[in-house]
Design a protein around this ligand. Structure first.
Ligand code: A3P
Length: 312
């Protein structure tokens, strides 16, 4: 096992695939010689068929909840130490080997119809990759609010505008917060890395704002992309909860099951100065993202169109 561990799982970049991933040596399931000498009890079908990757605050938890509502889709058992994500590939757990990783997944009862998935980055060349993108400016603001809610010292001390506009000579805690706030939004750079290792037809890019406003039609697209059966009717299974202000799972008896308080927080809208600053900051990257999506034949999310129309 010689793969370098990944530093963190919070951004697309840090969970990007590594050159070694294509080698058969790395995964016994990809190499017939290794597979043949594997114990009969082990099955390569116990690995995820798809992954949801991407930075924090783009709506990954909502997508996760919606995916789990599907009768054929199951995920890794919650990991006691890492909360939701198994984090096999980016920690010392990599040395525990593929058996350890597989233990997190249920044994599928029907290999061809059951879809295992994980909400994090793993290195499985045949897996499909789903990624959510929201306007990087909104992502940065949501992330800042998340840090404040977690009582991050610098996030409480500095305004959002201070964070995004900090210059080279600023205090290191501010600069560090700034990097973690802004860099995950450089989507084109991160996506290019994924596309070095995964062919475009294995990659689905979802507009996170659309998932928020119209999850049923997004989930229809997701089902098509995955080729998962039977078709699940999300427009019947989801309902807009006016109190929460978000779409939630409709339970029997008319009750709703929404995501917890930490998802869909209430906070004041972003100040116009910050919005202008960030639109400029991300402008070039958004242009690159639009070229990338064009090359892939994927439609541009409406937030991207709007950003491109702004004159700097
Ligand atoms: P905010 O709390 O800033 O509004 P993640 O799960 O990747 O951390 O993303 C959290 C974000 O998901 C929330 O950020 C919220 O805007 C968005 N979201 C999208 N659909 C949602 C839903 N149905 N319920 C709650 N949050 C949702």
């Amino acid at each position: 096992h010689t793969l370098p561990p990944y530093s963190s799982h919070t951004s697309i970049s840090s969970s990007s695939p590594n050159k070694e991933t294509r080698c058969g040596r790395c995964n016994p399931c990809d190499d017939k010689r290794h597979k043949d000498i594997w114990s009969k009890e082990k099955t390569c079908d116990r690995l995820p068929k798809f992954m949801v990757v991407g930075p924090q605050k783009t709506g990954t938890t909502a997508l996760y909840l919606f995916l789990l509502m599907h009768p054929s889709i199951s995920s890794n058992f919650p990991s006691p130490k890492t909360y939701e994500e198994v984090q096999f590939f980016n920690t010392n757990s990599y040395h525990k080997g593929i058996d350890w990783y597989m233990e997190f997944f249920p044994v599928p009862s029907n290999v061809s119809t059951d879809f295992l998935f994980e909400k994090t980055a793993a290195l499985l060349p045949k897996a499909k990759i789903i990624t959510l993108l929201i306007n990087p400016s909104d992502r940065a603001y949501s992330w800042y609010q998340h840090q404040r809610a977690h009582e991050d010292h610098a996030a409480l001390k500095f305004t959002f505008y201070d964070v995004i506009s900090a210059k080279a000579g600023a205090p290191s805690e501010l600069r560090s917060l700034q990097n973690r706030c802004l860099l995950p939004g450089l989507y084109s750079t991160h996506l290019e890395r994924w596309l070095t290792y995964y062919p475009p037809n294995q990659v689905m890019i979802i507009d996170g704002h659309q998932l928020r406003s119209d999850p049923a039609s997004v989930m229809d697209e997701v089902q098509k992309f995955l080729g998962v059966t039977p078709h699940y009717n999300y427009s019947q299974a989801l309902t807009f909860d006016p109190q929460k202000g978000f779409w939630c799972q409709l339970l029997e008896g008319g009750k709703t099951k929404c995501l917890g308080k930490s998802k869909g927080r209430k906070y004041p809208p972003m100040e116009p100065e910050a919005r202008v600053y960030l639109s400029r900051y991300y402008r070039e990257h958004n242009v690159e993202l639009s070229k990338l999506l064009h090359r892939l034949g994927q439609p541009l999310p409406s937030w991207l169109r709007e950003e491109l129309q702004k004159v700097s």
